[in-house]
Design a protein around this ligand. Structure first.
Ligand code: HEM
Length: 415
């Protein structure tokens, strides 16, 4: 059963899907992944509460075309990693128009063995060894950006820092000019948290219009940036086509432009409001070794979906081929089955269960870059601005979506 949304509809405008016959009444909840949490509640708490109140391990919501949601860490893991049952052909709700449009962007919609051929190109360029070579660049950019506003005693953390740094670093990885940043960031955001300002086909058209000439100009050229390596890469011993390269570039841009920015928002807003932790980390940077995995556990942000590939019994209910099911990385870490006192930030935990970077063959190839950035940013910021707080009177508000976020916020400090 599907909604017949017009192609240019934005998710929030979709009508509620009628409950299909195979969805039992007691499996229905009202959950809209694009609906921001109540004032002051972070998306991780929202998932925590939804899971705590779920009556069954798999629930169904009529929002966004109607889809299932895995409610336990084990089932979420299955959804994300069992690719022959839960296909990545469509990874976003609603299926139309976003999910089906997004399914062009490689390598996410591919299964083995095709997936590996494309993934190999990314693994080489974004792998730990290549990324380690960027250390000095990242350190320099980080220090320079912090120094650009330090003496002022205040900054808009989101727009002046978090949206600048990872994105500038990323623009170096792909060797694209910094002045194109605002346009690309805007387009990437429309995939993960559409704001209704532009239709989906238009986002797609603008992305393609931008990246098409760039990739064609790099084929056969020398260079170590990701796009040139992609253009010179081989898929089963044949050259990658322009169309494939374009679709892989767009995937990397969407995945790389939004995620680190938002993770930083969660971490720094938390540090601004938790003086004990902030002081501990500033006075003993070696504690970052424990703090970083705990930040990654406490602030997962991606909630992707899958298309059910075949009729399947799952979590005590029958799923039908072509149903959509969401597997949220947030839910995994926020489950009390995975982590005691899951909402608590704890420097020391005997074990942590989380996969902010996903699970299975599609696990994030950008993870080494994200980890390097996080380590350097925390170290350089705390060394330069150890004491900081939210600007007085400013409350935090959060956005939910395929990638969750903290709304822009300002920080201040004494100079
Ligand atoms: C904190 C930062 C990041 C987080 C939390 C994150 C999270 C994720 C997750 C959960 C997935 C799996 C999605 C799924 O299974 O449906 C994924 C895949 C992916 N990510 Fe990331 N990501 C981050 C940074 C990056 C960066 C910096 C890049 C690029 C430079 C990137 C590129 C990709 C790509 C291309 C895929 C698809 C991989 C495939 O299909 O094999 N990500 N990411």
């Amino acid at each position: 059963m599907e909604t017949s949304a017009p192609l240019d509809a934005n998710p929030g405008e979709l009508a509620l899907a009628p409950r299909p016959d195979h969805v039992p009444k007691d499996r229905v909840i009202d959950f809209d992944v694009y609906q921001s949490p109540p004032a002051g509640m972070c998306p991780q708490r929202m998932w925590f509460e939804m899971q705590a109140n779920a009556k069954h391990p798999v629930m169904w919501t009529p929002r966004n075309g109607g889809h299932w949601i895995a409610m336990t860490p084990e089932l979420t893991e299955s959804v994300l990693s069992e690719w022959d049952t839960f296909s990545t052909k469509v990874v976003m709700v609603p299926r139309e128009p976003m999910g089906e449009t997004y399914s062009k962007y490689l390598p996410l919609p591919l299964d083995p063995p095709n997936h590996f051929e494309f993934r190999r190109i990314l693994n080489g360029n974004l792998g730990a060894k290549s990324i380690a070579r960027m250390t000095e660049d990242v350190e320099e950019l980080t220090a320079a950006l912090i120094e650009s506003f330090r003496a002022r005693g205040r900054c808009n953390f989101t727009t002046e820092f978090a949206e600048q740094l990872p994105v500038r670093i990323f623009m170096r990885v792909v060797d694209l000019p910094e002045e194109d940043l605002p346009k690309l960031k805007y387009l990437a955001d429309q995939f993960t948290r559409p704001d209704g300002s532009i239709t989906h086909p238009e986002v797609e058209r603008q992305f393609s219009e931008y990246i098409g000439p760039v990739i064609r100009a790099r084929r056969g050229k020398e260079g170590t940036d990701l796009i040139t390596e992609m253009m010179n890469g081989k898929i089963f011993d044949r050259p990658i086509t322009d169309e494939e390269a374009e679709n892989m570039c767009i995937q990397v841009l969407i995945a790389g432009l939004d995620t680190v920015v938002n993770l930083l928002g969660f971490i720094f807003s938390y540090l601004a409001t938790n003086a004990d932790l902030r002081r501990k980390l500033a006075s003993d940077p070696s504690l970052l070794e424990d703090a970083i995995p705990e930040f990654l556990r406490r602030f997962p942000l991606v909630s992707n979906a899958r298309e059910v590939a075949k009729d399947t019994e799952f979590g005590g209910v029958k799923l039908k081929a072509r149903d959509m099911i969401m597997g949220s990385t947030i839910l995994v870490a926020m489950s009390e089955d995975s982590n005691d006192d899951a909402l608590e930030f704890r420097l020391e935990r005997p074990k942590r269960h989380f996969y902010i970077f996903g699970k299975g063959i599609h696990v994030c190839p950008g993870a080494p870059l994200a980890r390097l950035e996080l380590k350097i940013i925390l170290r350089e910021w705390l060394a330069r601005i150890p004491e900081f707080r939210l600007v007085e009177g400013e409350g935090l508000s959060y956005l939910s979506g395929i990638v969750s976020a903290v709304s822009p916020f300002e920080l201040e400090w004494d100079v």
